[in-house]
Write a protein that binds this ligand. Sequence first.
Ligand code: GDP
Ligand code: GDP
Length: 435
Amino acid sequence: MLPVVSIVGRPNVGKSTIFNRLIGSRKAIVDDEYGVTRDRHYGESFWNGRRFNVIDTGGYLPDATDVVVEGIREQVHIAIAESDVILFVVDTEGGITSLDKAVAELLRKQDKPVLLVPNKADNDERTLNATEFYELGFEELYPISAVNGRGTGDLLDELVSRLPEEKEVPETTTPKLAVVGRPNVGKSSFVNALLNHERCIVTDIPGTTRDSINSKLTYEGKDYILVDTAGLRKKRKVKENVEFYSTVRTDRAIKECDVAILMLDAMRGFEAQDKHILREAEKYNKGIVIVLNKWDLVPDKDTNIHKEFEEYIYSRAPMMEYVPIVSISALSGQRIHKVITVADRVLEERKKKISTPELNDFIGRILKEKPLPIRRRVPLKIKYGTQVKTSPPVFKFFMNIPEELPANYRRYIENKIREEYGFEGVPITMTFKKK
Ligand code: GDP
Ligand code: GDP
């Protein structure tokens, strides 16, 4: 769990420029497929051996000037709630404004460490002028130039010294199930229904993370940690940019879980955001279960309706047919415990280990069934393979010309592995090395 640094300040003081400097431009690259917000305003940084996440809260300010003050207020509240250190950016070129004073007042009223950063101090003269910002009532100033880098080293030294000690999170072997999905699909309702279910035993985990509420759940003699990404927003009752922060939290919850439970609303479509969450879970090689909630609202539930829903979802997320889909009603409690049963099955699948002799016997058979093509006038050959890792499973294959392996053959191998060994709900990593 990395500490979080937020950047706040009125428009045009240079927040995004500082953000980009902190996370490095490579992270600012726009991701066309998934939309841009996340990558432009949230990223990871590194200084003196410390890693931390940076949030540029500035991207969420309304344009109209009459609502800027309200917008900044919201931004500051979020920064206070979400972060460990706050960078309060002002502008040496423009001097102190009433908005700066308003922000300063909000920030002085709370306990999180705040570093006052007069930006655009591109030269000695501007750096000297920055002293005027002592008027805002902070002990220290850290003048910088986000553009030419002046002063940023000192600022970062101070910043990392203020980060909380890296907590050695006690390594728990209890599997983590993260309930993720768009707002209003029913995540909290589901979590609450489970927690109230007579067959589940629940223990509160005190002092859970900043992002989510975790509960220990015991079901059929096994323990799980249930990570509720929606609960906190509701509990906190702070008005916030729901979409943005739910994306940030979802990302973090996915990174830390063992199984991501993606919740969908059966009455709404499968959208880009859902696909993004799926791909994210796949990228981090987490176990995945899709839950179709609000099944009580689905009309005409004939025998094929579940199948139709499955086909619809798989058609929107190609190559993810390995992900199980459970339809439930959080409202009535219908099949909610089945989600845990399926998640548990996925956890077991994730641990599965195929022995090397068995795998090579299997490779021999599938190569015979569909021979590899000829490339550069030599027949491609896979010599042997081995499963090098479990939870998540990673397979390594050795072959003569790995760079020539056709993508469709790769898919063929994956499909065959799944046909033979299952790995339901589990992304499989395959690497091909030259030998
Ligand atoms: P934000 O609205 O606070 O995110 O501000 P931006 O990062 O978009 O910057 C606003 C303007 O200030 C842009 O034109 C930047 O190029 C400029 N700017 C940012 N940092 C510096 C700096 O250190 N020196 C100078 N001279 N200009 C800067
Ligand atoms: P979250 O934002 O994903 O946590 O969603 P909530 O749990 O707050 O649910 C959003 C809305 O959907 C609420 O009004 C719930 O009462 C409703 N809801 C949740 N689950 C179900 C369900 O299974 N069936 C029906 N009909 N409504 C549901």
